[in-house]
Design a binder for this molecule. Sequence first.
Ligand SMILES: *[C@@H]1O[C@H](CO)[C@@H](O)[C@H](O)[C@H]1NC(C)=O
Length: 512
Amino acid sequence: MKNSYEMRLVLWAFWLYSCTGTSNTLFTIPLKIFVGKFNSSVNLDLSHLKRTETSDSGLSLASDPTGLVNFLDMVDNLKGDAGRGYYLEMLLGAPGQKMNILVDTGSSNFAVAAAPHPYITHYFNRALSSTYSSTGRAVAVRYTQGSWAGELGQDVLSIPQVPIGSITINIASILTSDGFFLPGVNWQGILGLAYSTLARPDSSVEPFFSSVVRETGLPDVFSLQMCGAGLSTGGGGADPAGGSLILGGIEPTLYKGSIWYTPIKEEWYYQVEILKLEVGNQNLNLDCKEYNADKAIVDSGTTLLRLPQNVFSAVVEAIAQTSLIQDFSEGFWLGTKLACWLKGETPWRLFPKLSIYLRATNASQSFRISILPQLYIQPITDIDDGLDCYRFGVSSSANGLVIGATVMEGFYVIFDRANKRVGFAVSTCAESGGSALAEVAGPFGAVGVGSDCAGGALLREPWLWAVSYALMATCALVLLLLLLLLLLPCRCHGNLPAQLTDQSSLIRNRIK
Ligand SMILES: *[C@@H]1O[C@H](CO)[C@@H](O)[C@H](O)[C@H]1NC(C)=O
């Protein structure tokens, strides 16, 4: 330990890990949207992605092999950003009620507000839909952040910017919620795109995309391009960034270079297998099981890149060593503080590239997806007139590694369910000043790493839950003590940032 502050960080991290890690319920769904606390106005020029041709029917011009839909019609159908989530406009019921629905590959229910809530502008009024039918079953979902409860029903739905016509789907009508709708979000529901294993109350509730495939005959593939890379993350922006959700296949104008695929280890979340992590060109050299403890998933409903505690500590240490800012306050790494530089002094040259090696479909090979610091050192606007402030887009996790929006914004991500694999290619919208902010490269060998890095999902063992609840009471007490320690004055002597700003006080000032 270099100093007592680091000691405190490690202690804190350890307790945080043992307290939250062992107490999470078996199927806690990792929706963890960064609350939109900062004012910003984000603009994105997607003109290069705009359709170049249109068909009269909207259905005849096929880039999908079955000839059902024109993928170009779906380009740019998302709004939002990594911080507040990406959402799609849908028409629910008959006559159609316009709702914005968050795209979440980390859960499996289609759920929509069906009662008023102070943070949302409108809700789905079941009484006004002639096609709504209730099943009378209750349903509830708890996420890493927030929860909701309501009733299961069915209704028809169409998506103006996805020309698949009208389909009948299961709907969870949200009647009560806690911490689910957040101030500043512009969506009223959530579209869970993962497998039925995660569906509530049980897997007999067919998820949205399975219904789409069954009713339309579209191929069992969807793909996602999220275009907030390098843009300010904030709340209240008038023109949120955008993206594309392509149902049924792959739209070639959304990526560059080749697509590399990794197998889906198990069909519940989109669980993948991570073999190696690099900071700069330096291998973290952890046992590959650590990267997948207790799972590694691809989740558009999580804002940050979330890493298991051990991995997180190693990444932070490696970044601190590689970057020129060893004396950085741990508040920045822990996400409680922003780092601010004088306006115009972009800090990205100080930080290394992060690379994640994934198992290739040929199991003796791997490939690598890399993100440049522009993706994980994220600008936050409107904090101070003379300063540009940034937050750290990586956080620690007690329930597995999550490739969240921070990483996904670099890539066009293909959820090829038909072939049980997830593909990554460099996204056409992940660039700044003509240079790409993300890279995909391969093949690399997979020798030297375990043949199965994703085995041994210890935390799925039921007996552990009993033990963990017993630990919780002790943990709460120790956490309280450590919190007090952490709140002691910071001996900040970071040389490069002009200022570190306390996020929580900013938040308090901004929520009036
Ligand atoms: C898989 O990769 C290994 C190592 O690169 C190679 O020798 C082998 O031919 C590949 N197998 C297939 C089926 O492509």
